[in-house]
Structure formats: C-alpha cells, structure tokens
Design a protein around this ligand. Structure first.
Ligand code: FES
Length: 166
C-alpha cells in the first residue's frame, strides 16, 4: 500500500524545511556570539613582551611601546599603546599615559617650567615622577600603573592597576 504525498503536504514540508534553515542561520550566530567568550582560552597570560630590555631602563622615564590583539566579540584588531617606564632602585615602574582628568596623554618633562614632572598639555595637568597628581592642577588622582615583568631580558607589560606608590 503506497502513501501518496499531496501537493499541499509537499508545499508544507518544503516551507517548514526552508523556514527552519533560515531560522537556524539567524539563531546559531547569535548563540555563538553570546557563548563564545565563555569558551575563550585565557591561559596564555596577559603579559606583553616589549622590544626594550630591562638593562636599557634608567631612572629617566622613557616611552615604551607595546602591541596587543584586542578582541571585540568576533572582531580582532591590533592595538598599539605605550607606558612611561623608569627604574627606581631595583624596581621598575610603569605608568599609564592616560591623564586622570579627561584622558589626554601625559608626557614626561614636556613643560619647561616642570622638567621633573609628567605634563598633560590639554589643561596643563601635572604629576610628580611617582605619578601623584600635583594639587592645584586639574587631575584628581594619580596616574595608574602597569604590571611589569621580565622575559628573556625583555620588559613585559601587564594589566593596569591603581597607583600604589602614593
Ligand atoms: S585631560 Fe589632562 S589635564 Fe585635562
């Protein structure tokens, strides 16, 4: 005994198949975007090796560039940033160059009247060498620090954290 598929049934099955396929095409990428960060392997560690050896670092703050990959959902881009780095005895100090007033970039010894301070040109912000904001200038807090380390003689830079020197 043969079962015949009517034209109506055939159209219903076809539409259901196409509809399911289209729904899966929309739902699967959304699910992947939502769940993907949960399955990222973060075990590599977050220290970035720079091209500066620790022997090159002196008591004079120097600009040290570093590059890292930044993932934004499914988009990965290469970002270049830098730190102000100097030696204080046996310790290496690295500051974020982001001004704590409105986020401009601070520079070491850029103001002729303050040759031993970090200077922010946007609103004449000043910071001491230890990152402390100079009272009477716009910044309301000290410069953040970067974690630092060493890998095969090269300086490594890690996460930003609140200034622990002041
Ligand atoms: S942003 Fe640096 S002083 Fe205003």
């Amino acid at each position: 005994m043969s079962q015949k598929v009517t034209r109506r049934q055939f159209l219903n099955y076809s539409l259901m198949g196409v509809g399911s396929f289209m729904a899966a095409g929309m739902i699967l990428p959304m699910g992947r975007m939502a769940l993907d960060p949960l399955f990222q392997d973060d075990s590599e560690g977050s220290m970035i090796t720079t091209s500066v050896t620790v022997d090159e670092i002196t008591e004079e703050p120097m600009q040290v560039d570093f590059t890292f990959e930044q993932e934004d959902a499914w988009y990965t881009s290469e970002v270049t940033d830098f730190a102000w780095v100097y030696r204080d005895g046996n310790e290496i100090i690295a500051f974020s160059p982001v001004c704590k007033h409105l986020g401009c970039t601070v520079t070491w010894a850029a103001d002729d009247n303050n040759p031993e301070r970090f200077f922010c040109p946007c609103h004449n912000g000043l910071y001491e060498k230890n990152g402390e904001n100079v009272p009477g200038t716009p910044p309301t807090g000290p410069l953040d620090q970067f974690e630092v380390g060493e890998s095969d003689g090269f300086l490594t830079i890690g996460q930003v954290f609140p200034n622990e020197l002041v």
